[in-house]
Design a protein around this ligand. Sequence first.
Ligand code: SAM
Length: 298
Amino acid sequence: MFSYRHAFHAGNHADVLKHSVLIATLQHLLQKDAALTVLDTHAGAGLYRLDGDYAATSGEAADGIQRLVSPAAPTTLAPALQDYVDMVRAFNQGPTTRVYPGSPFIAQRLLRAQDRLKLFELHPTDARALAGNIAQLEAGRQVAVLTEDGFEGIRKFLPPPARRALVLCDPSYEIKSDYGRVQDMLQDGLKRFATGVCAVWYPLIARPEAHDLPRRLKTLAQKAGKPWLHATLTVKGGKAAPAAGADRQRRPGLPASGMFLVNPPYTLEPALREALPQMAELLAQDRHAAWSLEGGGS
Ligand code: SAM
């Protein structure tokens, strides 16, 4: 079974990028009344304690969300970054940020009665935690937790009833085949539902598959004639080697990550162009901090 647990990484710089993109994308999609289906292929546990053992072991949130909510943070943030900070604050009472919402809780908070959220989580412990956390929301039929493979599981929901969907694909990339599976999932997803929005997170690590992934996704989008957007955030130099098992949890080594979107909302590019430089500046761990944003096809 997998050893990756998102609790070690919740609120790190990669989550700042991923969840800022998720919020900005959802905000745009929810402007239309028609029902939206959100498919979270790799959901995690949904909610995380930042003052618990996992987060304390890695200390990653300290260089992520905690920098943005600290009194030392600038009072004026780019709107996409401010919306992200406001979202995390909404899960906390008082000035200390102890609870971190994962993608399921971020999405659920933004959705309306007519929207649907399908959450896939394969790790039995995280799936149980997710189901328990979601049950407390009493969201009824709006949210479904599926202990299934997310790459495969989304097929049965595409195309969605109102023909509007966002797929968030956020694997742990613990096994090398995840990179190929992301590509296959996107290819199949676009065949089933060509106008769906798909957002893929990936780590920028010293592994050929990680560097190839955005190139492959770009080619795929171009061949399908679909617009795409690719954002990266680097917080430090050096390339973290892929780590396995428990080592992966202890090593706070991830220097950079990216988000690749197909059919992104047109509002996302300008929002990220404003937010990414600020993310790079505020989350920098050394002088190699940087960002990039590239898009095409629209
Ligand atoms: N999306 C979450 C968030 O932003 O809060 C974090 C998800 S975490 C990076 C990846 C999760 O995928 C882990 O909890 C892992 O157990 C789960 N997982 C791994 N392979 C999976 C698969 N094939 N299908 C569904 N879940 C999987």
